[in-house]
Structure formats: C-alpha cells, structure tokens
Write a protein that binds this ligand. Sequence first.
Ligand SMILES: NC(=O)c1ccc[n+]([C@@H]2O[C@H](COP(=O)([O-])OP(=O)(O)OC[C@H]3O[C@@H](n4cnc5c(N)ncnc54)[C@H](OP(=O)(O)O)[C@@H]3O)[C@@H](O)[C@H]2O)c1
Length: 243
Amino acid sequence: MSLPLEGKIAVVTGAGTGIGLAIAERFAREGAQVVLVGRRKEKLDEAAARMGNGAYGVSVDVGDEAQVRDLFASLDRVDILCTCAGKAVFGAMDELPPSAVRDLFSGRFFGQVYACHYAIPKMSEGSVILLCSGIADRAHVPEYSGGSALCGAVNAMGRNLAVELGPRGIRVNVLSPGFIGSTEIDFNLEGEKAIAFVKRSIASTPLGRPGTPDAMADAALFLATCDFASGQVIEVDGGWTAS
Ligand SMILES: NC(=O)c1ccc[n+]([C@@H]2O[C@H](COP(=O)([O-])OP(=O)(O)OC[C@H]3O[C@@H](n4cnc5c(N)ncnc54)[C@H](OP(=O)(O)O)[C@@H]3O)[C@@H](O)[C@H]2O)c1
C-alpha cells in the first residue's frame, strides 16, 4: 500500500528545529520528498540525512525576497508548502521598540507572503498551503500586541487565499499553535519574565501542559491529506482559545 504523501514534493520552512522539523519529519515518513528551509544549513542537512527519501536542506532567509524567489525557481513543482519559519517578540507597546515589531513582520509575515507568491505558480490541482500563525489574535497573551497582530494577519491571509485558490483546486489552511514546548523558539524574554510566561501559558491551557511539535505534525498531516479541508485556522492549543 502506498503512503499518503508518496510522490509529493513538500517545502517546509523553519524545518531545522521545533515545529517545522517535526512536520518535515512526518511528511518524509509519510512518503514526501522534503525540501527543508531555514538559515542554519548544518541543522537542515543533519535532519535531511536522517529523513532520507531525497530530503535536502536549503539555506534561505525567508525575509529576503530574492532568496525565496531563487529557492522556488530551483523547483519544478511544489505539492505542499508549509511555512513555519519565525520567532516571537514580547514587550509592552510603550517599551518594545517599534522596529522589533517591524522585524517580526519582515521575517515571519513577509516570509509567508514571499513563499506563497513564488510557490503558487509551481502548484497545481491538489496542492496544499499550510501557513503558521498562533493563537494570540483569539486569546489574550500579555505584552504581545505586535505578535497578536501578526497572528491575525496570517489567519486573514490564509482564509482569503483559500477562496482565491479554491477554483484552482489548491487548498489553504493555517496551523495555529498554542504553547508548544521542545522547540528552540526565542520568546525574547529573560529571567523572571520568562518563568512567569511559561507558568501563565500552562495555566491558560486547559490540558495543563505544553503541546509538542509532534502534535503540530499530527494536525499538519491531517490538513495536508484531507482533500476537503480548506480556509480553516486550526488551533492546536490544548483548549486555550476555548477557555
Ligand atoms: N512554540 C510555540 O509555543 C509557538 C506558539 C505560537 C506560534 N509559534 C510559531 O511557530 C513557528 C515555529 O516555532 P517553533 O516553536 O518551532 O520555534 P523554533 O524551534 O525556533 O523554529 C523556528 C525556525 O524558524 C527558522 N527561522 C526563523 N527565522 C527565519 C528566517 N528569517 N528565515 C529562515 N528560517 C528562519 C529557525 O531556524 P534558523 O534560525 O536556522 O533560520 C528555526 O528553525 C514560528 O513561526 C513561531 O513563532 C510557536
């Protein structure tokens, strides 16, 4: 019996660590040839070597449009695009330099815009886009106004893109992580603030624990394979946004 992603080419950004890595591993295990994208080439190469099935790493800063353009120019076709590259920036609005929010959008939002822009021409009926946002536009996360705006922007883009690309048979969905542990994410918090953030995030999660990158991979595989799921924002958050 063939695997569900057999013969598919999947481009996963942020694939060297954390959520992107778990998704890339799952897609490879389910038969896809995975192109792992991130900035630290050694992380991507190590992961690709473990995965096999023709996986390879490409060092790209997703916030640099020319690098993203060149990445997709090197591919004949894209069946799955999953955009997990990004970071988080915390701080009260009157303390965080606005340039930090601009920087957040440059990589994490525009990285997804560039990837979609250059991947879509390589897609055909049956292709899938999985964007990555976060729950902060639906749940209050203290001192995260800039990040919450980013989450809302990605969610809105995903829903609109699903309508735009539906007639071409391309599905678009958004993965929205709650508090996910075992990743390298830099929350830009230190000391007491970092400890308080972790405690508050767990207390806000009805399941009472952080999620795992594997749980995100479960959701990603579902969205990559369910051929009638489109235009959805899937909160993988242990119930945070429902509470
Ligand atoms: N963990 C959570 O609780 C959580 C919650 C909500 C949303 N998210 C979002 O989920 C995504 C994955 O996060 P994660 O927790 O798995 O963190 P992570 O382990 O730090 O993964 C993020 C990956 O993105 C890559 N990356 C960052 N900026 C990049 C850029 N400009 N160009 C190319 N690659 C870039 C990083 O690798 P390089 O540094 O090598 O490039 C890294 O491998 C992020 O967008 C994050 O904001 C996470």
